[in-house]
Design a protein around this ligand. Structure first.
Ligand SMILES: Nc1ncnc2c1ncn2[C@@H]1O[C@H](COP(=O)(O)OP(=O)(O)O)[C@@H](O)[C@H]1O
Ligand SMILES: [Mg+2]
Length: 268
């Protein structure tokens, strides 16, 4: 189990995180959701170990890791911009971390991961020859062959569009379930958070606005902020889809509902 106890983080006078506490069971997927600039990446970096919290504790399976360096935590991240090595091939990128730790994944396991992510035909390509979706899959494979105890993903789908997004979303879910990986994913998309996760952490102004299952958040939003930030966006999406697939009065009702939601969202 991962436990965060009253984590705070300030950069100079800027208080980015103000007392984040939560527990996440092993093998579960958690999404961190919140407005841009709200401290999502900072929290992920604190869990990874590249940023020290100003105060608070991080405990993993009973062990206090607050001051344990990143490389000793055994966690791994897929960064928002992928951070692949442009001068190496896809295969060299995937196996880069194994150069100093060759025993972590066997050749068969590497092959399996490559095949699971559909990368066989791209292995000898350089990074600039790959599409966004292919780069994302290389970044995922590179992290997964390291067999992280905790998989961290910073907006893994934000640079992708439509069909590719859905296919990578499904792949992440499949791999996470198959390997029983504890996963923490940052996103600013409520639909992504609610459809992919067991738990959703909503951060606003550096505080926990709500931490619960998607179902409970949707049924019992803890505040007006949660209602507006999550439910309105989900409802607008649902209404738009409804309008697309339906004609006539019902579609008009859905479109009107969106106009009302937009107006309500502008109240404060
Ligand atoms: N290394 C840093 N030094 C100073 N301020 C930072 C640093 N990293 C993040 N911040 C500030 O912390 C706030 C939260 O940033 P971030 O965690 O990246 O938000 P999010 O990922 O939710 O968009 C922002 O105001 C950002 O400018
Ligand atoms: Mg971020």
């Amino acid at each position: 189990m991962l436990e965060l106890k009253d984590i705070t983080k300030s950069f100079g006078d800027t208080h980015v995180l103000n007392g984040i506490s939560l527990e996440l069971d092993n093998g579960k997927i958690m999404s961190i959701l919140g407005p841009s600039g709200g401290g999502k990446t900072t929290l992920l970096n604190i869990i990874l170990g590249i940023t020290e919290p100003t105060s608070g504790q991080l405990i993993y399976n009973g062990e206090d890791l607050t001051h344990v360096p990143m490389e000793k935590r055994g966690f791994n991240i897929v960064f928002q911009d992928y951070a692949l090595f442009p001068n190496l091939t896809a295969y060299e990128n995937i196996t880069y971390g194994l150069r100093n730790n060759p025993g972590i994944s066997s050749p068969e396991e590497i092959k399996e991961m490559i095949s699971l992510l559909g990368l066989e035909e791209h292995l000898n390509k350089h990074i600039d020859e790959l599409s966004g979706g292919q780069k994302q899959r290389v970044a995922l494979a590179r992290t997964l062959v390291m067999k992280p105890k905790l998989l961290l993903l910073d907006e893994p789908l934000s640079a992708l569009d439509g069909v590719i997004k859905e296919s990578i979303k499904a792949k992440i879910k499949q791999i996470v379930e198959q390997y029983d990986l504890t996963t923490i994913m940052v996103t600013h998309d409520p639909e992504e958070a609610c459809t992919m996760s067991d738990k959703v952490l909503i951060i606003n102004h550096g505080k926990v606005a709500q931490y619960d299952s998607p179902e409970n958040i949707i049924e019992h939003p803890a505040s007006d902020f949660v209602r507006k930030f999550i439910l309105h966006q989900l409802e607008v999406k649902r209404n738009n889809i409804y309008t697309l697939f339906n004609e006539g009065d019902e579609a008009e009702t859905a479109a009107n509902a969106n106009a009302e939601l937009a107006a309500a969202g502008q109240e404060d």
